[in-house]
Design a protein around this ligand. Structure first.
Ligand SMILES: Cc1cc2nc3c(=O)[nH]c(=O)nc-3n(C[C@H](O)[C@H](O)[C@H](O)COP(=O)(O)OP(=O)(O)OC[C@H]3O[C@@H](n4cnc5c(N)ncnc54)[C@H](O)[C@@H]3O)c2cc1C
Length: 487
């Protein structure tokens, strides 16, 4: 039984059905989703004649899990890399290109820093001190902000790292766990006394001269929803029973290590094994009667809310050209409402063609679409604005930054309430303890999803699959275990 039809639950159901089929095991898999739609935060809508993602919009393909699943559901050929040109940072009112060779959110050495113009002379000097400062790492986890301030200084943190790494989570680097949120930087910090040298040591190998650079991010050419739909088709084909509008309100231990699920509709379901792939607060409520400390750990996990606003502009209202990149990030010191801006047609140039193929293009197909993000864990100003006021405020900011001369001809605001978990320092240990407590109290239940071991889509897929494997092994399905060992 899988509870939650977001990407974690879908990946778990797909893995359960796939493993069972591979070893000819008659396993009955049901997926229960509270809402009427599957996919969780994955949400692609047609806007201005093209598919626009209002939830996740790209997959980090250096991690294998999303790509593996895409291959298994026949979507691998659909994955495309974003357009060329890189991204910009708004710095002291000006768009400046992100340093070339940026590695894991940090430039690989002092030179890209110097050339980028992102830091003032004092900031540069302070960042350079990293090369001579003695080792000063604390024992155990710390915040990303703590490490960066210590090694590279405040300017680097506020103007480069926080918009990059904090921005991904709509969080504050000063409050985000280094180990859980930026493990690649944690590894670099361990690799050398100097963080900059550590980053160079741990950077992925640079391809030989002339060799094509593998893309870091990719996305299905029609947006993320078709990916979710392909998984849903695959699990239905594999015999998984999918029930929407099926909210689980209580989980109780049953006889013979089974679990009894009580639905809001009044239904009762017995399950041999359960994967609970719902947001932390819901999981906390469901496990609270059985695992008190774990429930309070999950209940305490903060989530940030954001809004994505798509704006369609007539090309005549743009300056001669938008900057030649895929968009820009906005650091906190710029004091803007906007946290990031995507030039949609530059980032995903295939989208107009997809709309034409699908016959969903409309009379705004000629427009230029710009998508703006607002909201951070400590900035909820957008929540006090109506959609209309938000659109106006964002347009005013875009007009100042990009020189737009006329308001948008269409807009859409999508608000994401509490979508982005904030892993505070010590998160991995707290989650490990919670997982152990739950495994002891409810051995037939595994926790999976964005609250635990990484919130990105690839890491949610890994988590859902790992939870499925754990339940198959627990059920003593030897054939399945052998299959897991072989893969
Ligand atoms: C705005 C935004 C942008 C993002 N951008 C990216 C990106 O570009 N790349 C990337 O890799 N990641 C991105 N992420 C992160 C990633 O999309 C999410 O972490 C991931 O989709 C979460 O999936 P999930 O299945 O764990 O949870 P969810 O998507 O939250 O799914 C949980 C599901 O459980 C259901 N549910 C809840 N309670 C119950 C119940 N009692 N009974 C039954 N069902 C229940 C919910 O209705 C929901 O469908 C983004 C996230 C957000 C919010």
């Amino acid at each position: 039984m899988v509870i939650g039809g977001g990407i974690s639950g879908l990946a778990a159901a797909h893995r359960l059905a796939g493993r069972a089929a591979a070893v000819d095991l008659p396993l009955e898999v049901t997926l229960l989703e509270a809402s009427e739609r599957l996919g969780g935060w994955i949400r692609t809508e047609s806007f201005a004649g093209r598919p626009v993602d209002f939830g996740p919009d790209s997959l980090l393909v250096r991690m294998p899990w999303a790509r593996e699943l895409a291959r298994e559901v026949g979507m691998d050929d659909e994955l495309v890399a974003p357009g060329e040109g890189g991204a910009f940072l708004l710095s002291r009112g000006k768009l400046r290109p992100l340093p070339a060779g940026i590695l894991a959110g940090l430039p690989g050495g002092p030179l890209p820093f110097v050339r980028s113009g992102l830091l003032g002379p004092l900031g540069l000097l302070r960042a350079g001190l990293d090369l001579i400062l003695p080792a000063n790492a604390p024992a155990g986890d710390e915040s990303i902000g703590h490490l960066i301030r210590r090694r590279l200084g405040r300017q680097t943190l506020e103007r480069v790292i926080d918009p990059l790494l904090g921005g991904v989570h709509a969080g504050r680097c000063d409050d985000l766990s280094l180990a859980a949120t930026a493990p690649q930087i944690a590894a670099a910090a361990r690799a050398d006394r100097s963080l900059l040298r550590g980053l160079r040591k741990t950077a992925p190998p640079v391809p030989a001269a002339g060799a094509p650079r593998a893309p870091v991010f990719m996305a299905p050419r029609g947006g993320m929803q078709p990916f979710a739909e392909a998984i849903i088709r695959a699990i239905r084909d594999a015999g998984v029973k999918v029930r929407t509008g099926a909210r689980v309100d209580a989980i109780e231990p049953g006889d013979n290590a089974t679990l009894t699920l009580r639905l809001a509709s009044g239904g009762v379901i017995e399950a041999d094994g359960v994967i609970l792939a719902v947001p932390a607060a819901t999981a906390a409520g469901l496990i609270a009667p059985h695992a008190v400390t774990a429930a309070s750990t999950l209940g305490a996990l903060a989530y940030a809310s954001v809004a994505h606003t798509a704006l369609a502009y007539d090309p005549s209202s743009l300056p001669a050209e938008l900057p030649a990149g895929t968009g820009f990030l906005v650091p906190r010191p710029e004091r803007r409402l906007m946290t990031a801006c995507t030039f949609l047609d530059r980032k995903w140039p295939q989208r107009r063609a997809v709309a034409e193929e699908q016959g969903t293009g409309d009379d705004l197909a000629h427009a230029v679409v710009i998508k703006c993000s607002t909201g951070r864990i400590d900035d909820a100003r957008f929540e006090r604005l109506t959609d209309e006021d938000l659109v106006n405020a964002l347009h005013r900011e875009l007009a100042e930054i990009l020189g737009l001369t006329a308001p948008p001809i269409a807009s859409r605001v999508v608000r994401v309430s509490g979508g982005l978990p904030q892993y505070a320092p010590g998160h991995p240990e707290r989650i490990a303890a919670a997982t152990t407590e739950v495994a002891e109290a409810l051995p037939a239940l595994s926790l999976a999803g964005a609250a635990y071991r990484g919130a990105s889509v690839p890491l949610c897929i890994r988590d859902g699959r790992a939870a499925a494997d754990a339940q198959l092994i627990r059920l003593g399905l030897t054939a399945a275990r052998d299959e897991i060992a072989r893969s």
